[in-house]
Structure formats: C-alpha cells, structure tokens
Design a protein around this ligand. Structure first.
Ligand code: FAD
Length: 382
C-alpha cells in the first residue's frame, strides 16, 4: 500500500511521453509518481510507425537504448514510403534514415520498463487521474486510489488529457483533430516488408488508407480523416475501412486470403496544426495532451517522447529553487514550438492544399517521380 502522498513530480500517463519523461528524470534524485489508468502491457490504437526521430530521442537519452529496442521489440525495418494517387500511380520516397514498424503494445511496454529503471519512480497502474487543481504551493491530484500532491505535474495523459483540460483549458477543435481506425491483419498479399503504404482514394478524400508492415507477415491497416469532415458528412470510419478492403479491386485482391486479427478500433489524433499553451503555473503538457501530432503524417510518438524529454530537462533545471511559475515554464512552449512548428506549419499547408483535389494528388505523385524532385522529397519529410 502506497503511503507517500507528496512527490516532487507527478507524471500523468505512462505512454511514450510519460515514460520518456520518467526515464529522463532518472538521475535527478527527484521523487516521481507516475499515474497510469491501464495496466502495462497495454495496447494503443496507432499505425505503429516508429520513426527515425524516435530512435534519435532514445540515443540522446542513452546511446544503448536504440540497439536494445531493435533487439527486444519485434518489428520491421522501414526504409521508404509508397504513396498511391487516386489513379493508383505510386511514388516511392526513400527515407534518409531508417525507422521501424512495431506493435505499440510491445514498443510502449518496452519503454515503460525502461522508465522503471528510475530508482526514485513510483508507478501506480489502474490509477486514473480524475481531477487536478492548485493547493498551497503544490498541485493536488484526485484519483480513484486517493489524492496526491506535487510541486509540479507533467500531463502526458494522451488525447483526452485531464491535465490539459483543467490546467491549460484545452478544448477539442475539429479543424485540428483527426479520427482514425486500425485493424491488424495477417497474410495481406504483396507486403514489401520495408515500405509504409499510403493510399489517397477516390471517394475517401480528404483522408488516407494505410497498410504498414509488421513482423510475422502481419500488417497494421487503417483509415483516417479530419474530425471536421467526419462530423459534417457523418462519416463512419469503420464502414469506410471495410468498404475499401472489400470493394476497391486493387486492394480487395490483396486482402482475399488475409485474416483480420481483431475488430476495427478507433481513436482521436489531436493535431499540431494549432498552437496551444503548453505550460503554466506548476504544469507542462506533452505529446497528445499537448496536441503535438504531425498534421499530415499523423506521427506523434516522436514528438511525445521529445516533449517528455524537454519537460524533464526543465524540471531538473529549476528543481533546486522549485521555481515552476508560469513565466519560468514559458520557455517550454518556446523550446517545443521552435523545433516542431516549422514542420507542423508546412505539413498543415500540404494537408489543406491536397484536401479533396484528386487532380492535384495525381499530378503531384506524377511530378514526384521526376528524379530531381524525388531526390529532394525526403528532406521535406524530416
Ligand atoms: C489511429 C492512429 C494511428 C496513429 N499512427 C501513428 C503512427 O503510425 N506513428 C506515430 O508516430 N504516431 C501515430 N499516431 C499518434 C500516436 O499514437 C500518439 O501521438 C502517441 O501515442 C502519443 O503518445 P502520448 O504518450 O502522448 O499518449 P498515449 O500514447 O495516448 O499515452 C497516454 C497514456 O496516459 C494514460 N492515461 C490517459 N488518461 C489518463 C488518466 N486520466 N489518468 C491516468 N492515465 C491516463 C493512457 O492509458 C496512456 O497509457 C496514431 C494515432 C492514432 C489514433
């Protein structure tokens, strides 16, 4: 039974943002309480594309971690993306750096166990943060397992973050939010094993269908769209996914002998196409809680980890004075957005320009195959 109720730091959520933050606080000597509503290993609805930047963040934390990830977590090595236009012409983009595809249940569990190496970390699983408010010189957190206080709280509690809602006054803006569904499959025909396949399909724009290769001849298959479009046109994403797989001939042919390994599952993506307030008196928010998903690629693992690491560095910096005032922590917003906003801004533009314009997507994929253009595309993605 956990008796301690005050900690230097409380981290809400043990996903990539929370676990990275806990790991980065490892040698700080600060007492850290990480609250997690699930029990690990837990699944997270995702495309499972673990980008090269994830590996970079791991190397920055500890050079041994990248190799350990590749040895311990089953996955595929990703070297390219194949984009398909509505007329089924393809554009192959070679990535400058290798990434991976790994089931999130495995990746997140591995990262979570790394966080446990922090000797000053207490983890309470099956513990849901219900409310957070200010006490005298502290934050007060209410959970289903009792109340806790801390000098500072880091909100890493994902897309439905209580910390972001209560302390940063976040509200969902459908123009900057996506919905997506995922279903695992086995034996999809023609999987290359090293390419992320992304399809822009007539009748399903703006949005895209994906097939990402996993270990053991399995694939992560999904479809996503902006929440504004979903709401306005009353789109049923689960229905769209099964229609695409069953009725579009080029795709249906590949799924003929495949086996679905689960029911279709969906989740939201808070996109980084809008700037939020990421910090304030005694709090910072990271990852999905901070709306840091790339508005075009849908990638958010790397930004979750990077923001978790940045938050930890600032906590260490100000720990001796416990100066966690809003004015001091404002530097967190600057550090995060200085790095991420230029990419988010460009990718948002791309998302808006392409939209439903079938002719433009067809044209861009044709132009993209011109050798000079193709050589320069990867720079644009990283
Ligand atoms: C369909 C889909 C496909 C995607 N594909 C990709 C992809 O291929 N590559 C990529 O990089 N990104 C992808 N993303 C985005 C990626 O999943 C997220 O950006 C990433 O998981 C963010 O990590 P996080 O730690 O911020 O949040 P999460 O991973 O959501 O972790 C939050 C944690 O907090 C816990 N929690 C939540 N609320 C509470 C509470 N009140 N109290 C206690 N604990 C709580 C949750 O149980 C969870 O463990 C995709 C997202 C979706 C929905």
């Amino acid at each position: 039974m956990n008796k301690q109720t005050h900690y230097d730091v409380i981290i809400a959520g043990a996903g990539p943002a929370g676990s990275t933050c806990a790991l980065a606080l490892k040698e700080s000597g600060l007492s850290v309480l990480m609250l997690e509503k699930e029990t690990f290993p837990r699944d997270k609805i995702c495309g499972d594309a673990v980008s090269a930047i994830v590996r970079k963040v791991l190397r920055e934390l500890d050079p041994k971690l990248e190799l350990e990830l590749l040895q311990k977590v089953p996955g595929t090595t990703i070297t390219e993306a194949k984009l398909y236009s509505p007329n089924f012409k393809s554009l192959e983009i070679d990535f400058a750096l290798e990434g991976s595809c790994m089931r999130r249940v495995d990746f997140d569990n591995w990262l979570f166990t790394k966080a446990l190496s922090n000797p000053d970390l207490t983890v309470l699983q099956q513990t849901q943060l219900k409310d957070v408010s200010y006490g005298e010189d502290c934050v007060v957190v209410k959970t289903n397992k009792g109340d806790f206080t801390a000098d500072i709280i880091v909100g890493c509690d994902g897309a439905h973050s209580v910390v972001a809602k209560k302390l940063a006054q976040f509200t969902v803006d459908r123009k900057h939010y996506s919905g997506a569904v995922r279903q695992y499959y086995r034996n999809v025909k023609g999987l290359s094993g090293s390419a992320l396949e992304v399809y822009f399909l007539k009748g399903y724009l703006p949005g895209y269908f994906w097939i990402f290769p996993l270990a053991n001849n399995e694939a992560n298959v999904g479809f996503g769209m902006l929440s504004e479009t979903i709401a306005t046109n009353r789109i049923d994403l689960k229905k769209c996914l099964s229609e695409i797989i069953q009725t579009i001939p080029q795709i249906a042919e590949r799924f003929k002998d495949s086996e679905a390994l689960e029911d279709v599952k969906g989740f939201g993506l808070p996109l980084g196409s809008k700037k939020y307030t990421l910090s304030g008196n005694r709090f910072m928010v990271c990852g999905d809680a901070a709306g840091l998903i790339d508005p075009f690629t849908g990638e958010g693992i790397e930004t979750a980890m990077d923001s978790g690491k940045t938050a930890a560095a600032l906590i260490i910096k100000y720990a001796s004075t416990k100066n966690y005032r809003a004015e001091t922590l404002r530097v967190y917003d600057n550090l995060v957005y200085d790095k991420m906003w230029p990419i988010f801004k460009d990718h948002y533009l791309l998302q808006r320009i392409l939209g439903k314009r079938i002719w433009l997507i067809n044209l861009l994929i044709r132009i993209g195959n011109i050798p000079y253009v193709q050589k320069n595309i990867p720079k644009w993605f990283y």
